[in-house]
Ligand binder design. Sequence first.
Ligand code: GAR
Length: 192
Amino acid sequence: MVKLTGLKKIKTAVFISGTGSNLKNLIKFSKEKNSPISINLIFSNTSKAKGLRFSNQFNIKKYISSFKHPKIAEKKILDLLNKENIKFICLAGFMKILSKKFIKNFKGKIVNMHPSLLPKYKGLDTHTKAIQNKDKVAGCTVHFVTAKLDSGKIILQKKVKILKKDTFTSLAKKVLKQEHKLYPTAIKKIFN
Ligand code: GAR
């Protein structure tokens, strides 16, 4: 894994598709003195992603490319990542699947936040599945990204109790709150 050398922060890109609350949280974390990363690029596969507003707010470069033609999109992103000297990628609510080839270029340097206690509930609708299955706990996982969806080595997990009164919305909110704590902690764990 990449190690912190000297005082230089590791140039990081965050990939999003939506609201970007994890992105905002990671930007705030990156500004802390002891954070190992700096956020230098925001990528989204859609111009509709609300999180893109953090590009202006925090003066961070953004890049948008639809994944209609994934190979072309990935090539453009890789070129940009190389040009910007990006060494680490955080997926934060990024809803597209990256190809084997793309991941190979950033082997061991892409991490993802997933809203379940992996290996349980890979893919979509994790909270709905947890509630439908009457699970007692839900949670979130930060893991390395490999070619197999939501299956890379787990870095950290956090459990959240599911109460009888919980709905999809209340559970998603509780888990998201924990995601915001877990992502920075997991990044510190990787680099320290
Ligand atoms: C988060 O709950 C994240 O775990 C999930 O999307 C949400 C994004 O919220 N990610 C996935 O489902 C990835 N498959 P945000 O845009 O507010 O950070």
